[in-house]
Design a protein around this ligand. Structure first.
Ligand SMILES: Nc1ncnc2c1ncn2[C@@H]1O[C@H](COP(=O)(O)OP(=O)(O)OP(=O)(O)O)[C@@H](O)[C@H]1O
Length: 329
């Protein structure tokens, strides 16, 4: 097997002045060409995890654990070596990254001129080629200002800008949230195609589990700064085991379950139980042990769940509609 591209080991983040834990003991490994979805409600810690990978944790936080990119530690001091070239990030509010005074082509050109030794002609060719790859009318977009493009077109320009230096890792933070379902699906398919074409590893952050499940090979379901369920998407899709994962899936409108009959997740997204399972106070199946005893991931590397009510048994597999009685994964 190849060496890992990114290794996060026991990442913990605490707010200095309040001592509030935001991220607790997060570990995961990403290889070239992986597409990993990090999913959870607002405030679960997805963006802070991305900031840690980017070496951009605010000074008001204390960070424990480590993050290695191709075997080298990522830190605030070393981040310039990777960020913007080997690791690219697309934030939720990507449109702020554009200047209203320069055309798209000129802004992309600036980026290539800073990081490559390509000639002006080569830079233009590379930009037009990349704009075509993200299925845009290249010449027209090259000569447009960002405010002349639609949301979906602009999203493709952002992806083209992020991919133009051929990064090894692309982090997308809620980039489809503001798009309509059709555009969102097209963007996900585009990312999938780029992942295959360039062998780029992609971390896709979202609060829409159903959306991510259709495109990512691996999933990390996050709550209160911890993984609740982690593994191959195929395994989780077949057997969503953690109550939080099950509830996230039940919030999807389908023809059978229209908006009126959707099951809402009880409680508030920011409600975190730090003594035991972070989701315990919102969990419909909560038992005393869940409130007071901390829980870690268990299962196989292909499918792990952090829940007291789940027991693992080698070689066994089952699906569960509810978790009222212990289930095996
Ligand atoms: N600068 C900060 N100071 C103190 N707490 C913070 C700071 N930034 C984030 N947090 C807290 O960290 C937790 C995780 O926030 P984060 O932004 O990572 O969540 P998220 O899952 O990305 O949410 P969203 O989907 O809304 O972007 C939240 O409880 C948030 O209030």
């Amino acid at each position: 097997m190849n060496d890992p591209l990114l290794e996060m080991k026991e990442l913990s983040i605490v707010v200095k002045h309040t001592n509030q834990t935001i991220i607790q003991s997060l570990s995961f490994t990403i290889y070239s060409g992986d597409m990993v979805g990090i999913v959870g409600e607002s405030g679960s810690g997805k963006s802070v995890t991305a900031q840690a990978i980017l070496g951009s944790i605010p000074t008001s936080f204390n960070m424990g654990g480590s993050i290695l990119f191709e075997g080298e530690y990522i830190s605030f001091q070393k981040k310039n070596k990777f960020i913007g070239t080997e690791i690219c990030y697309i934030p939720q509010d990507y449109s702020n990254g554009f200047s209203p005074f320069f055309k798209i082509g000129s802004q992309m050109n600036e980026q290539l001129a800073t990081h490559t030794s390509l000639s002006k002609k080569q830079r233009k060719k590379r930009i037009l080629d990349m704009l075509e790859r993200v299925q845009l009318p290249a010449e027209k977009v090259y000569s447009s200002y960002h405010f002349e493009l639609s949301g979906g077109q602009l999203q493709r320009v952002v992806i083209a800008s992020a991919m133009i230096l051929n990064p090894k890792l692309l982090i997308c933070d809620e980039i489809t949230t503001a798009l309509d379902p059709k555009n969102a699906d097209q963007i996900m398919q585009l990312l999938k195609d780029l992942q295959t074409q360039y062998n780029t590893a992609i971390i896709f952050i979202s609060h829409q589990l159903h959306h991510v499940m259709n495109y990512c090979d691996q999933l990390a379901v996050m709550y209160g700064g911890e993984w609740m369920e982690y593994g191959l998407t195929t395994k989780i899709k077949k057997n969503p085991t953690h109550p939080y994962t099950q509830l996230l899936l039940n919030t999807i409108p389908t023809i059978k379950a229209d908006a009126e009959h959707l099951q809402l997740i009880p409680g508030e997204p920011g409600e975190v139980n730090r003594e035991g399972c972070p989701f315990a106070t919102r969990c419909p199946y909560c038992e005393p042990v869940c409130l007071h005893s901390h829980v870690t991931l268990k299962g196989t590397p292909l499918h792990q769940v952090a829940c007291h009510l789940v027991t693992t048994k080698e070689g066994e597999g089952t699906t569960s509609d509810s978790i009222k009685s212990p289930v095996y994964i």
